[in-house]
Design a protein around this ligand. Sequence first.
Ligand code: SAM
Length: 318
Amino acid sequence: MKVLPVDGESTRVTLDSLEILNHEYKILSHEGHLYIPITEDGTPPSDMDVVYMDLLPNKNRLLPSDLLPFKITYERLGDIILLDEPDAHQATAATIALLASDIPFKTILNKASEIQGNTRVRKWSLLSGNSTETVHKEYGFEFLVDISKVYFSPRLVTERQRVTGQVCSGERVFDMFSGIGPFTVPIASKGATVTATDINDDAIEYLRKNISRNNVETNVTAHTGDVRNIADEYSHWADRIIMNLPHSANDFLDVAFNIAGKKCILHYYSISELDDPFTADISVLQNVSQEHEVTILNETIIRSYSSSQVHICIDALL
Ligand SMILES: C[S@@+](CC[C@H](N)C(=O)[O-])C[C@H]1O[C@@H](n2cnc3c(N)ncnc32)[C@H](O)[C@@H]1O
């Protein structure tokens, strides 16, 4: 991240709170700018200037890579290290190296399954420590999360910021697949009235804790259950709808059209083909209802999902 020296400390603190500051390298001062290292898979705020620069390793810190003959892939969630190491021997070696390193953490988890079922929860193997619950910080908000019980991805931070940035105070927002509240909480803090639903009881329990933790109790109503069974209470209610269930949001478009008020903005998430990411979903959106005219406002590629697929968002006016 390239910044002016005057912005150095605030940027370092922001990147650290987003958990994308890369402690493995030193900050470089070069020709009137500071270069602050970020992690390879970190998603920086879109208004920050990301450049490629050779930085010196932080020699004072012992890193897992100093102790291992192979490269490990991990991301951080609060004080948990999330490993993606399918080989059991390498997972054990990685755990030993992480424990011997200077990287601070309390727990190491290794991916033990794909994301599964309608609650979108992954199984994890506990390799070190004793808790799968942690506090993740994002843009000044705190999220208590138990990654063994709920879906959560720190990687969508920039997308959440993009959507939150569009919300005005007083708007009525329906977060159809809210999880622990990473859209709901920041949107409520902007003064919107938010209805959040999730079929996973644990997700709603954590959402309620996160609502209190971030002082947005007066702005959010949370419901446990299938959004399909809750939607009728909110017919024609919403100014904005968030549909972050990318593999099957299309199955719930009738529900979204029921909830939508006049001039409602829909944020529709999908996993699509890299070589033509938007055409198929736009066609789905435009053909779902004869009564509603659908105007496409934005097409956003959020991140790559696999070698041939991307996670996208289409913003549409219903
Ligand atoms: C991909 S996660 C997104 C969670 C959250 N929006 C986020 O960004 O972290 C999708 C969520 O939808 C919930 N879900 C799945 N089917 C549902 C349904 N029919 N009604 C309500 N929630 C549902 C899952 O339990 C899961 O928490």
